[in-house]
Design a protein around this ligand. Structure first.
Ligand code: CDP
Length: 231
């Protein structure tokens, strides 16, 4: 059976990665979390003094981009690939609210996007990939056979992210999470380079009132339809 490329874009905490992971596992495809790559660059920038509460040394960070190596390593136990920054597993560290505070600013930088997009395109060169992010259907894989665009209300999304962070043991405030979701929505949708927008040929799915199971079923059916059409 011919493999296809599946691009899942949308706002933060719309369940993209959960659905994408499961879809990839079910189809025997590789899953790539493109947001994890921007998060890893952000962690590097934070740890090395390029970004903080009231400063961002963009030129300095661009000058050391060649020192940032991002790789994914499949974890058999978890059933998905974890992200490594310069050979160190940073899967947990990149998911904090702290990293979420700076990541959208980092993701506005064209030099950074260029590096990430090239790597993402390499991951998908043989198709058989499910990738989620903000610009996958518009920039990374404009010819993807299946494009999905996930939306949900900001309040629902913030509640999901809050529950996730609390379950990990992070001490966070719901209002801070909501504020972060809204501020990232704004920066991601209005940036000049590759803004978050629905590709013309993407299917929009509003999952505000859906369980993850329902969301997966819908996405899986779309995928099967496309796969059957291309074979
Ligand atoms: O999981 P969550 O929805 O919080 O976001 P993510 O997928 O981990 O992405 C984190 C941030 O990276 C986004 O808010 C964007 O600023 C940026 N990003 C991007 O610009 N382009 C992508 N393809 C993926 C993420």
């Amino acid at each position: 059976m011919d493999k296809i490329t599946i691009a899942i874009d949308g706002f933060s905490s719309t369940g993209k990665s959960t659905v994408a992971k499961r879809l990839a596992a079910t189809l025997g495809y590789i899953y790539v979390d493109s947001g994890a790559m921007y998060r890893a660059v952000t962690l590097y920038a934070m740890n090395n003094g390029y970004i903080g509460e009231d400063y961002f040394d963009e030129a300095g960070l661009i000058a050391v981009l060649h020192n940032i190596d991002i790789t994914f390593h499949f974890n058999e136990e978890l059933g998905f690939a974890e992200v490594f920054l310069n050979d160190i597993n940073v899967e947990k560290q990149i998911r904090t609210l702290e990293v979420s505070r700076f990541v959208s600013q980092i993701a506005t930088v064209s030099d950074i996007r260029e590096k990430m997009v090239l790597q993402q395109q390499r991951f998908g060169k043989d198709k058989g990939v499910v990738m989620d992010g903000r610009d996958i259907g518009t920039v990374v894989f404009p010819h993807a056979e299946l494009k999905l665009f996930m939306i949900a209300t900001a309040e629902k999304r913030a509640q999901r992210r809050y529950d996730e962070l609390i379950a990990r043991g992070d001490e966070v405030d719901y209002e801070d999470v909501l504020q972060n979701v809204q501020s990232r929505d704004h920066i991601d949708s209005t940036r000049a380079d590759s803004p978050l927008t629905k590709a013309d040929d993407a299917v929009e799915i509003d999952n505000s009132e859906m369980t993850l199971e329902e969301q997966f079923e819908i996405v899986y059916q779309y995928a099967l339809q496309k796969i059957n059409k291309t074979t």
